[in-house]
Design a binder for this molecule. Sequence first.
Ligand code: FCB
Length: 429
Amino acid sequence: MITFPEGFRWGAATASYQIEGAVDEGGRGPSIWDVFSHTPGKTADGHTGDVACDHYHRYPEDVAIMADLGLKAYRFSIAWPRVQPSGSGDPNPAGLDFYDRLVDALLTADIEPVATLYHWDLPAALDWRDPATPERFAEYTAIMHARLGDRVRTWTTLNEPWVSAFVGHGSGRHAPGVADPAAAFTVAHHLLTAHMLGVRALRAGGAEEVSLTLNLTPMVGDPDVTTLPDGLANRLFLDPALKDGRYPDDVAAHIAKFTDLGDLPYEPIDLLGVNYYTVNRLAADPASKGHDEFPGCEGIAWLPPRGEPTEMNWEVIPQGLEDLLVRLSVEYPGVPLMITENGAAYPDSVDDQDRIAFLDGHFRAAANAIERGADLRGYLVWSLLDNFEWARGYHKRFGLVRVDYDTLERTPRSSAHWYREVIARNGLL
Ligand code: FCB
């Protein structure tokens, strides 16, 4: 029997654009994901978030499902364009009201709300390449904290700035679909600036626990080959956010080949959110053009996953999570950790033994990391529901709960029932 620390925060995560739908309701303005998903050829089969899981209307049912699973915490994101339809100025009361109702429903069900302020749905009027956007983010952050800060204890500024910067502006596979390496670095810098100004706004409002969620991808291979990709994916964000507001020297020297970045307004955080899915396997290959999401990595090859991958073609490797958590606690001591996303897409079924095996392996890895000294406070599974998986549309299903996209009916999968037991015993048999 493996038991987790007392008070361990078991939960699940979602994101606004992936589940809410109701894109034209309650005064919501367009986001870059509305524009992108409605542009032909950008998402699988032209899927959009117009309806998604219709969570905007069905949130009471979804909160009831969470309560039935015994979730202790629920990580959701706030759609900035519901609150500021054109990205600045006075808040839209109907948008604020929606999150107010959601938070109240969670608290009534004894579920702790963990609010992410930005999970990729930027108001379409804004652009992360613009140096004024971090200020806009800080204003929006202050608005949200003023409204929900009496009930929401844990705040996350950004979800996965690496993806916003390098998939949104490097490869262009995500909104806004820009493919320009220099812009990707500029955007990374503006996102880190926005994070820090957001932290400042949250502290000024008296927020209790302030965090940032990063997608961290261990690089597997010879250190000669892995150091730069690790710098670009991981240390580019970890060092400034957790150490001192400065880019690591090797990363700064690399960025200087593309563009000049200024200083960051460093603010420390209370908790690091870790999103972990897989590792990248790398090898030296003089013929390789590198990777369009890792500018300047020519001569490095990204190798295929080993073993049976998930439907995303991501290698299943729980050891990567264990080692990552230990690495973080050694290299960035004193910052508590929470897994804010981990989970898997598998072919659609209700009896999802594959997902149970995936989660069981990763929960054990987390327990091992705690044994090895990692200060891990919680584990939020991605995702509560099947949802709009960005450029892959509705084809990839990550839910503990199945969603029928014709009827919008929710059906808890075997993994949901299994997870209920894990939470109830705070451990694994
Ligand atoms: C992460 C995102 C999340 C979801 C999972 C599968 O990168 O934060 O929204 O799409 O991947």
